[in-house]
Design a protein around this ligand. Structure first.
Ligand code: SAH
Length: 237
């Protein structure tokens, strides 16, 4: 009797084993990140939640930070730049109220993570990075990972991307003291622009272009690396 019972229990256990999905620590950490940092903090847009669940953030950070890729803070990506905290990526993406037919411009490619998130929500992503080594590594990473609708350019985002304009949405992931006028001009009617605005003190700010007017909404204080290049000359004038 006991032998039968043991065999029965063993078969139960081994069946369970084969039924169980084998998931990597990265997948577990990513699901946890989305639950604790994204959903429980109030992000509700399912396209944003699904994008955060599917993009493998650990592949966008330097090897030595891989174990921290799903933690609740920004991480260094080299050249004194950082990849934003996951919640901030989700919040900025949600605030852009994106549609699958949208074309989006990002200023500050960095690792390419934010561009990858955008690329599975919208039709096309155009992203500009001022540091050549970062632009090149992000471009290679995105290509190797099969993101065919992300276009990376090395240059100064202050000028936007006139050849590809207008954009339904623009996301600036470095902090300018004011929004470059050329970027506003490259927004469609009804377009949205999200930006960490300021220098020492920065406010995440959402603009909406309607009937050639800009509606401005201040969201929450944030901390981003400063925007470099032409904007520095303009603000010193
Ligand atoms: N979105 C990135 C993180 C951005 S960090 C990610 O998902 O990883 C900010 C980036 O903006 C840095 O890489 C910095 O080099 C870049 N940057 C700063 N000034 C810029 C400018 N004028 N034009 C384009 N990129 C700029």
């Amino acid at each position: 009797m006991i032998v039968f019972l043991l065999i029965f229990l063993y078969s139960l256990c081994s069946n369970n084993k084969t039924d169980k999905e084998t998931v990597s620590w990265q997948t577990v950490a990513r699901r946890n990140m989305v639950q604790k940092q994204i959903i429980e903090r109030g992000i509700t847009d399912t396209s944003v939640i699904n994008a955060m669940l599917s993009i493998e953030r650990h592949k966008f950070v330097p090897k030595e930070y891989e174990n921290n890729a799903y933690a609740d803070y920004p991480l260094p990506i080299g050249e004194e730049q950082t990849i934003s905290q996951p919640y901030v990526v989700a919040l900025m993406t949600e605030l852009l109220a994106l549609n699958e037919t949208d074309r989006v411009l990002e200023i500050g490619t960095g690792s390419g993570y934010q561009a990858a998130i955008l690329s599975i929500i919208v039709k096309d992503v155009y992203t500009i990075e001022i540091v050549p080594s970062l632009a090149q590594s992000a471009q290679e990473r995105l290509k190797d990972m099969g993101f065919t609708n992300v276009h990376v350019k090395c240059g100064d985002g202050f000028l936007g991307w006139p050849e590809a304009a207008p954009f339904d949405a623009i996301i600036i992931t470095c902090a300018p003291p004011e929004v470059p006028q050329l970027l506003i001009e490259q927004l469609t009617e009804g377009g949205r622009l999200i930006v960490p605005l300021g220098s020492d003190f920065q406010m995440l700010t959402l603009y909406k272009k309607a009937a050639d007017e800009l509606q401005k909404t201040e969201i929450v204080p944030v901390r981003f690396v400063p925007m470099k290049g032409l904007i520095e000359e303009k603000s010193n004038e």
